[in-house]
Design a protein. Structure first.
Length: 66
């Protein structure tokens, strides 16, 4: 039996599936990124992303029942 988990909600304090997690392949890559990237570089990347979102035009969502 495979358990369906919404990782963004249920795993905020750590993976709840352990070794059975379908996303285990990304753990090594993520660990290397954290280990090899300075905090200043991560903050710089986050700021660039934030500024990009601020300059994007607004996205309007029109309900189907309108």
């Amino acid at each position: 039996m495979t358990r369906t988990v919404n990782c963004q909600i249920e795993c905020v304090n750590g993976c709840i599936l352990g070794e059975g997690c379908p996303h285990r392949e990304f753990v090594q890559e993520t660990s290397q990124f954290i280990e090899n990237t300075s905090l200043d570089k991560m903050i710089e990347m986050a700021e660039a992303s934030r500024l990009k979102k601020l300059t994007e035009p607004p996205k309007w969502v029109i309900p189907d029942d309108f």
